[in-house]
Design a protein around this ligand. Structure first.
Ligand code: NAD
Length: 328
């Protein structure tokens, strides 16, 4: 028993794959005097099972799944905090059943993901890869980029206009896009508040957009939201960007549609089978995949760690929790 920490344990899971998070100094500083903080370099949930009974709180990144297997063994945990927005890797039903609140940190990377969305899109739109290669090979030929369209007047379509969708809308406007969104859940008038067009169906958004950018959470309702029918409704000259979650797109359908040359470009920061994107996708022209990196900045990473540790502190101190996604 450690007196200063009352024998409490906060475990940080899955940190092995997150850059700059290979220590627990940020969390330990905030939780000093309340709990010991341990970083567990785990590659599977099974490896966490022996630690589960001694956990008073868990902070977890996005690669590991926390299912009933370990949640049922969390006999004294007061909270599970997801270092991120999406909680699709936590079995919320099991956490609810065992009375463990689940919180997220929804706002640390809003700007980064929106920046990444526009960065990937503009790189494909302006054909930077081909232009870079032209210089590298000694050709010095701008025509390798042909044909590039002017952005002004084209439509940037957003599916899911929450925090990141809205931040992407603001950026897209600055570049000259007409912005439209489909999101049945934001209140009426939101489109007026942010001065963009709202459409009432996903089909209409897909058919009118020159860029379709996905910003929905992964839920039962958004799994394979973009399938064969939806991809075929998009303009053949359109770009598709996904920085939300891989399974929002049916990747098998995407391979079929992209191989037929129907899309001008596809940019994915997330894929269904992370960290192994399908080879067929990697080989397509004007295709870009980044390794679930959109959230990342030095400042954002520090912010998320401070915020998740603060939620744990509130839980251990018996205070009201912020950013509760599920609780009894
Ligand atoms: P948010 O909750 O603020 O916004 C999500 C929006 O999607 C909400 O407005 C909601 O009404 C809408 N929505 C839900 N279901 C929908 C549907 N069927 N059709 C249309 N709209 C729907 O979330 P956010 O902070 O903007 O984050 C969006 C997603 O981005 C997250 O859920 C997460 O999966 C992803 N994300 C990815 C990274 C990354 O590194 N690539 C980082 C952070 C977040």
């Amino acid at each position: 028993m450690n007196d200063a920490t009352n024998g409490r344990n906060v475990y940080i899971l899955d940190s092995v794959i997150v850059p700059d998070a290979w220590d627990s100094e940020v969390e330990a500083e905030i939780l000093s005097g309340f709990s010991k903080v341990s970083l567990l370099h785990l590659r599977s949930e099974e490896e966490f099972v022996p630690y589960a009974p001694s956990a008073d709180a868990i902070i977890m990144w996005h690669h590991l799944n926390l299912t009933r297997l370990s949640i049922s063994r969390l006999s004294r945990a007061r909270v599970i905090v997801r270092n991120g927005v999406g909680v699709d890797n936590v079995d919320l039903e099991a956490a609810y059943e065992f009375g463990i609140p689940v919180c997220n940190v929804p706002d640390y990377g809003t700007e980064e993901v929106a920046d990444h969305t526009l960065a990937m899109l503009l790189s494909l739109w302006r054909r930077l890869d081909a232009l870079k290669e032209s210089v590298r090979s000694g050709a010095w030929d701008w025509r390798v980029a042909e044909p590039v369209r002017r952005i002004r007047g084209t439509t940037f379509g957003i599916v899911g206009c929450g925090r990141i969708g809205t931040a992407a809308a603001r950026r897209a406007k600055v570049f000259g896009f007409e912005v439209a969104f489909y999101d049945p859940y934001v209140p009426s008038g939101y489109e007026k508040a942010i001065a963009v067009k709202r459409v009432n169906t996903l089909e209409e958004l897909l058919e009118r957009s020159d860029v379709v950018s996905l910003h929905v959470p992964l839920t039962d309702g958004t799994f394979h939201l973009i399938g064969l029918d939806q991809l075929q409704r998009m303009k053949p000259s359109a770009f598709l960007v996904n920085t939300s979650r891989g399974p929002v797109i049916d990747e098998k359908a995407l391979v079929v549609v992209a191989q037929s040359g129907r899309l001008a470009g596809v940019a994915l920061d997330v894929v269904e089978t992370e960290p192994n994107p399908p080879r067929e996708l990697l080989e397509l022209p004007n295709f870009m995949i980044t390794p679930h990196a959109a959230f990342y900045s030095v400042e954002g990473l520090r912010e998320i760690r401070q915020k998740s540790a603060s939620i744990v502190l509130d839980a251990l101190a018996g205070r009201e929790l912020r950013n509760v996604v599920s609780a009894k």
